[in-house]
Design a protein around this ligand. Structure first.
Ligand code: AMP
Length: 689
């Protein structure tokens, strides 16, 4: 008999109508859908035809109602919905479902008074404070669409997203608090972005934090004091009820990197998102009403949207909102202490966080200390996503969990993207939750370190060659998916159907959706994600496109002494990749491969200021005549990337595949010499990272 996780996948693919209609029953619909799925052909303005699909097309739903009101009506009003743990402000705060409903109703009333209507976009640019979650739920309550932008992005990146989303309002805070570094004022970032953007939102609503206030005067007009608006609305009894939207209407936009051009606005649809997330939190994450979920991501990323905010609340669980870092706030024991303090059942973070913790605390002193006194007994799983978990991370923590956590606790590598909205693959803790007829053992499938588990219901994952033909099990290839995608996944990009086709379907003529990842499916159906098949690099579990690399180059070139620059990814033991620059200083004469510390820190400061700390450079090599170009003058980043990747492994002489379009192959040898000199100097000849 097939394992229930395999049975659930099979049923979701062979009979999606029955499978998903059954799951839709678990939610409250303002208008019940009569169908789970419809498929139709769509013709683009360019004349291209491609398959389009809709989940629960005639249903109407309010996601906020399902996340909040429903639980209060069902008797969970006194249960804690949100625990805010903020070691950077030394605060712990709790909101019950009843309190959350009260806050969301009033804030939605405020937003309505400020002109926000169904279908409008509102940008959220916030630190990890409860107001950020309340804002998202209040926007959704009005049937409006939120677009959260990671608080670590600089003004320019925010401006790009303002232009693309054309928001009615921006909801922000006076400051963010970056680890132990203290408060960072958001004011210059937000005002700078609004000034730089051609589109001007009419309102900027500011949550005032005590650590640093955003005081008058209002330079741009339309600035509002969040707390004051709420107080006034409360005094006047202003509240807003839930406004249902069509299942296929947008719930939120999340911007993600494309290989070219502006960030892509992935549009999440309301109905499919709610149904698919409710299933994933129960089945994959094994979280039930009343359980405690701690997802240490950021609300600016898709993982935060799904597993800090929506999924735990959809199921009536408690979510831990964490304002801090895995280390340094105050130490590498933070995660484990929070688990003990709140009886956390599932921890979800990125492998990069675990690497940071291990580096800071190599003997796992904190984990063991808390584990020895039984403080981790509530923990049933550690979920890791955002990048590949190397087998050693999985085995190390699997051993520790087996010793200290709940019996049978697992480390689960799960693979997904902004586009998919929930894990495409993983190991389900409770497969029975996905099935109506429950047979067979409900024990999870065995973990296989290095693999990201089996596909989740609704995701039809295949491995194909460059022509789109499926390859045998165990063979590497492009990872693609057959249509339709599962309900949480996107069906298009925000107001950009052509780009959706070009970016995801065109490569395989509409037959498959390209994930941009490469890997294999083994004999037992486990998916192994090995690398990206495009030029995107992954920095601390976040995507960096060639466009982002190009932006960093532009910033570097704004330094007066630099004449040319090319940015590629360098493998990094902690963060997966870091941006790395090849630069050509202006002028003539001999220069060492390693630039002066002064130049490096000046350039890095420019990058941090104009793009954000996330883009900080992992290193810089200088030289003259070392940046290879095509005959049409385009930088060959791929060649430099290969040189760097080989150098990290000490392979300075490895053969590089040189494209025939190269203008001058000798330049590559100059670059090779520089790379060698740089690594020799840096590592004292060891050339290891
Ligand atoms: P994002 O949309 O920013 O969340 O990035 C999604 C990308 O991150 C995927 O396409 C993968 O390249 C990578 N990724 C996410 N999770 C994993 C994982 N568990 N293993 C390997 N790569 C992953």
């Amino acid at each position: 008999m097939a394992h229930p996780q395999r049975a659930a996948l099979e049923r979701s693919l062979t009979d999606p109508e029955t499978f998903w209609s059954g799951h839709a029953e678990r939610l409250h619909w303002h208008r019940k859908p009569t169908r789970a799925l419809t498929r139709q052909s769509k013709t683009l303005p360019s004349g291209v035809q491609h398959e389009h699909w809709s989940w629960f097309p005639d249903g109407e739903i309010s996601t906020t109602y399902n996340c909040v009101d429903r639980h209060v009506a069902g008797g969970r009003g006194d249960q804690v919905a949100i625990i805010w743990e903020s070691p950077v402000t030394q605060t712990t705060e709790k909101y019950t479902y009843a309190q959350l409903l009260d806050e969301v109703e009033v804030l939605a009333g405020v937003l309505r008074e400020e002109g926000v209507r169904k279908g409008d976009v509102v940008i959220i640019y916030m630190p990890m404070i409860p107001a950020a979650l309340i804002a998202a739920l209040a926007i959704t309550r009005l049937g409006a669409i939120h677009a959260a932008v990671f608080g670590g992005f600089a003004a320019k990146s925010l401006a790009q997203r303002i232009e693309a989303a054309r928001p009615r309002a921006i909801m922000t805070a006076s400051c963010g608090i970056e680890g132990a570094k203290g408060p960072i004022s958001y004011r210059p970032l937000v005002e700078g972005a609004v000034e730089a953007s051609r589109f001007k939102p009419s309102k900027v609503i500011v949550w005032q934090r005590d650590q640093m206030r955003w005081n008058n005067p209002d330079k741009l007009g339309g600035q509002r004091n969040w707390q004051r608006l709420v107080k006034s609305a409360r005094g006047r009894g202003i509240r807003a009820g839930p406004v249902p939207v069509k299942s296929t209407d947008g719930l939120y936009i999340i911007y993600t990197s494309g290989t070219t051009g502006l960030p892509k606005g992935v549009l999440r649809e309301a109905g499919g998102h709610a149904v698919g997330l409710e299933l994933s939190i129960q089945s994959l994450f094994g979280i039930k009403p009343g359980d405690v979920m701690f997802c240490a991501s950021d609300i600016g990323w898709v993982v935060g949207h799904s597993y800090i905010l929506y999924a735990p609340l959809l199921v009536g669980a408690t979510t831990v909102l964490f304002e801090g870092k895995p280390i340094g706030t105050p130490d590498a024991g933070t995660f484990w202490r929070i688990i003990e303090k709140h009886g956390v059942n599932t921890l979800f973070t990125a492998p990069t966080a675990m690497r940071a913790i291990r580096k800071d605390d190599p003997s796992d002193r904190f984990l063991r200390e808390i584990g020895e006194r039984g403080g981790l007994k509530s923990l049933r799983a550690l979920f890791l996503a955002g990048e590949r978990s190397e087998p050693s991370i999985v085995s190390t923590y699997q051993d520790l969990l087996s010793r200290y956590a709940a019996p049978g606790a697992l480390v689960v590598d799960n693979w997904w993207s902004s586009e998919s909205g929930s894990p495409i693959s993983g190991l389900a803790l409770d497969s029975h939750a996905a099935l109506t007829t429950k047979s067979g053992s409900n024990r999870p499938l065995a973990i296989r370190p290095g693999s990201a588990g089996l596909p989740m219901p609704g995701f039809d994952v295949r491995i194909v060659d460059d022509e789109g033909n499926e390859v045998p099990r165990g063979k590497m290839g492009n990872i693609v998916m057959a249509l339709p995608l599962a309900p949480t996944a996107f069906t298009s990009l925000f107001q950009d159907e052509e780009r959706f086709y070009k970016g995801y379907l065109k490569r395989f003529d509409g037959r498959w959706l390209d994930t941009g990842d490469a890997g294999l499916i083994d004999e037992d159906g486990y998916v192994h994600i090995m690398s990206r098949s495009d030029d995107i690099i992954n920095v601390a579990a976040h995507r960096f496109s060639t466009e982002n690399q190009g932006q960093i180059e532009q910033v570097i070139l704004s330094h007066p002494s630099i004449g040319e620059a090319s940015v590629v990814g360098i493998p990094d033991a902690l963060k997966g990749h870091l941006p790395f620059a090849f630069i050509q200083p202006r002028g003539e004469g001999q220069i060492p491969a390693t630039p002066s510390a002064k130049l490096f820190s000046e350039v890095n400061a420019l990058v941090r200021e104009q793009i954000g700390a996330i883009a900080s450079l992992g290193g810089m090599i200088q030289g003259r005549g070392m940046i290879p170009k095509t005959r049409s003058g385009k930088t060959m980043r791929r060649v430099l990337r290969e040189l760097i990747e080989n150098a990290v492994q000490g392979k300075f002489d490895a053969v590089i595949s040189v494209p025939p379009t190269v203008e001058d192959p000798d330049v590559i040898e100059v670059a090779r010499g520089r790379v060698r000199e740089y690594f020799m100097m840096k590592e004292g000849g060891k050339a290891k990272l």
